[in-house]
Design a protein around this ligand. Structure first.
Ligand code: TXA
Ligand code: MG
Length: 348
């Protein structure tokens, strides 16, 4: 049975956080909010807890977990050394939506790292997450709190949909702020490499530490080039209906999608569209949902996973989406949208 508790984001009830921390210290699982997405937490230094996380999510156990910490001192215990550039990024962006990968120390069980010699670490910027990490022993392994393959959860209700009955507690701290998972930077090679784009983009990182690379597996949609982060290779965030992205000038995109809609509707199919406030009234689809206004790219990022989940409640046969190649977060948004679409994209 999963206990559901609500806390205030800024001042989480200390008694509740203590109870949640005890569950973690005893090897149990607690889902909690972070500024990016909800996480499914277990004690990252306890091999059994990590095994339980894989089981609860239905996640392949070669897909490593991120260890969440609440202070800089904690980092020394779980990594072998901290490169200078990683220290600079930590100073600038922690606590925040950035995960860094280091050589792991012997304290970290292979169950947590999916058998790898490296470990991913993040200090989240959320009062509830930080309080839980402190109450739970300081090292909380946490993947996103969704069933493997579903969109990451941006509200406690999404977590309950996927994991109710499979974990000990869900701490509801309200909706998340960013809505896309953290940026991952790998420091185990000579030149730092971005393994997963996020709210903190390449330019923001390069402004602090100079040149970084993007993982080849992210740039080329070639099946043979495997992304280095094991999690990036799986089909992900996928709604039940087939999703197709249509990219190009707005007039062409709306006209093209409407043409497809008409053809599919004649075959008796139901079509969904992911539009924006600016375009939502232009479509003749069966279900049109706006992701927000193009003026607000943070809003688009925050709504993406929720919209993909909402479409699972609608009885549509296929979904067409506009592209959201916005200036700052666009790379991260399009990375998630392309994965949800299995890389089906039409360029006009
Ligand atoms: O924002 C986030 O990062 C959220 C919140 C809960 O903190 N967590 C999250 O975890 O997104 P998860 O497990 O859904 O994604 C972690 C990603 C996976 O793609 C995994 O393969 C990669 O990080 N990863 C973890 N450890 C790694 C390692 N040692 N080497 C390469 N990739 C790693
Ligand atoms: Mg995930």
């Amino acid at each position: 049975n999963t206990k559901l508790v609500k806390v205030e984001k800024e001042y989480p009830d200390l008694q509740i956080m203590k109870e949640a921390g005890e569950i973690l210290k005893n090897g149990g699982l607690v889902a909690f909010p972070t500024e990016t997405v909800y996480g499914l937490g277990g004690d990252g230094l306890n091999a059994r807890s990590s095994e339980k996380i894989y089981t609860a999510k239905g996640r392949p156990s070669d897909n490593p977990l991120i260890i969440h910490i609440a202070d800089m001192e904690s980092l020394n215990k779980i990594v072998r050394q901290i490169p200078e550039k990683a220290k600079l990024l930590a100073e600038k962006f922690w606590p925040g939506p950035l995960t860094m990968i280091f050589q792991k120390s012997s304290e970290v069980p292979y169950e947590t790292t999916g058998g790898l010699e490296s470990v991913a670490v993040r200090m989240p910027n959320h009062p509830v997450a930080l309080a839980l990490i402190q109450a739970g022993g300081g090292y909380i392994a946490a993947p996103s709190a969704n069933t493997s393959g579903r969109p990451s959860p941006t509200k406690a209700e999404h977590v309950a949909e996927d994991l109710s009955g499979r974990i000990d507690m869900i701490v509801d701290g309200g909706d998340v702020g960013i809505g896309l998972e953290s940026t991952i930077v790998d420091f185990t090679e000579n030149i730092p490499v971005i393994l997963r784009p996020g709210y903190i983009n390449q330019a923001m990182i390069e402004a602090v530490i100079g040149s970084v690379r993007m993982d080849k597996g992210l740039l080329i949609s070639d099946e043979k080039v495997k992304p280095k982060a094991p999690g990036m290779k799986y089909r992900h965030y996928a709604p039940k209906a087939q999703l197709v992205i249509v990219q190009g000038n707005t007039n062409k995109v709306t006209a093209h999608i409407n043409q497809i809609c008409e053809a599919l509707q004649q075959e008796g199919k139901k079509v969904g569209v992911i539009a924006t406030d600016e375009t939502k009234d232009l479509y003749q689809a069966n279900v049109v949902k706006s992701i927000g206004t193009r003026e607000d790219e943070e809003g688009i990022a925050r709504h993406l996973f929720g919209i993909l989940r909402e479409f699972d409640e609608e009885d549509v046969d296929c979904i067409y989406s506009e592209a959201f190649d916005t200036p700052k977060i666009g790379q991260a948004i399009m990375n998630r949208l392309l994965k949800a679409a299995g890389h089906h994209i039409i360029y006009l």
